[in-house]
Design a protein around this ligand. Structure first.
Ligand code: THU
Length: 161
């Protein structure tokens, strides 16, 4: 038997002021996108802002539906929007701001499994890491160097070859 360990360095910042101007500005765009989330059923709003290699920023927010599974998470709205509008342009970073409407103090939430898989698809395709910046409503920011860190042993296109 062999053993393999998987770990990554999560960077934790106490507030936006500890970040670079670029990272802080991207999180502010995600925060603004969150305000426009359509989340009448869960009352949990998420905003995402994607920074592309052409320096454009594409946003997304969660879009819910009375038929619950028909809704979509903010992260996928954002990366699919980027893929549709700027095909072939690499994604450098994704800033995500999430939290319930009622509770004003929540720690950063990491993307759900489906969103991790979707983000991983783009990271694999562009062969360049996608950095994640996560913020809740308690002010803390988590920075993660690659989506692979959140999706060990990921299923990708290579399995289909
Ligand atoms: N949600 C996201 O937008 N991103 C995630 O990664 C987790 C969950 C949304 C989906 C739904 O509209 C609400 O948050 C509650 O699950």
């Amino acid at each position: 038997m062999k053993k393999q360990s998987h770990s990554f360095e999560l960077r934790i910042f106490e507030s936006l002021t500890e970040l670079s101007d670029e990272d802080a500005a991207l999180l502010v765009q995600a925060q603004k996108a969150r305000e426009d989330a359509y989340a009448p059923y869960s009352a949990f709003k998420v905003g995402a802002a994607v920074l592309l290699a052409n320096r454009k920023v594409v946003i997304g927010n969660n879009q819910e539906n009375a038929s619950y599974p028909s809704g979509l998470c903010a992260e996928r709205v954002a990366v699919f929007h980027a893929g549709a509008q700027y095909p072939g342009v690499a994604i450098l970073k994704i800033a995500i701001v999430a939290g319930p409407l009622k509770n004003s103090i929540s720690k950063p939430a990491a993307p759900c499994g489906n969103c991790r898989q979707s983000i991983f698809e783009y990271e694999r395709k562009q062969n360049q890491n996608i950095e994640l910046l996560l913020m809740g409503t308690n002010g803390e920011v988590y920075k993660c160097p690659s989506i692979k860190d959140l999706l060990p042993l990921a299923f990708g296109s290579d399995f289909l070859e």
